[in-house]
Design a protein. Sequence first.
Length: 246
Amino acid sequence: MTSQLFAICFNATRPSDLARFWSGLLGREPVGGTDDGIALLPPDAAGFRIRFLPGEEPKTGRNRAHFDLTSSSPQEQRRTVARALELGGRHIDVGQLPEDGHVVLADPDGNEFCVIEAGNAFLAGTGFIGALACDGSREVGCFWSEALRWPLVWDQDQETAIQSPDGGTKITWGGPPVAPKTGPNRLYLELALPADADPEAEIECLIALGATRTDADPGEDGGKGDDARVLLLDPDGNEFSVRRPR
């Protein structure tokens, strides 16, 4: 496998507004603004982009994935929450308990995220984006561990987590029961291949691991130049894309 995590993508009704919110919250400058969407570049070479792409699909139900943002102190947690509200976020209730230490918010497009309390040992050392927390099975966690060549750093009671060998943000799956999908995911992973990779061979490897092709494949429908992509589904039916090499 030669795939690398290129970006976490948001399909957004107003990509520029959503990029402005996350840029202000994360302290990353936006780039782009063409049909390829707007991106926030990673703070270092080991990180991933966050891309905001136009999408008309309305939000129905809770997203299957959300960011967990870390805090180094109670004061920093309060500052992060205040900054999110100032930028257009809002408090939401997803069933959290009053004694829970994390704060649950939604961005201006309704995407959930959490601001985690200080002292969370599991997210220690991961950076400000501590995790992309996903609703998913153990099978899908093992799939992504193989697809990205990221080791499992948690595998217990059907819950899994992976992390790049270089450290940074973890990707976690909470185990069954997995909530049913109510439409295309608004958040999804985008993989990239090196310039000398064979895209079809890579796709076949992903399929052998448990991915499936979809009927909507932008890479085989005259995708534009360098940005042509192939759309696949992981074992839990979540969309993800593979960028063809430049």
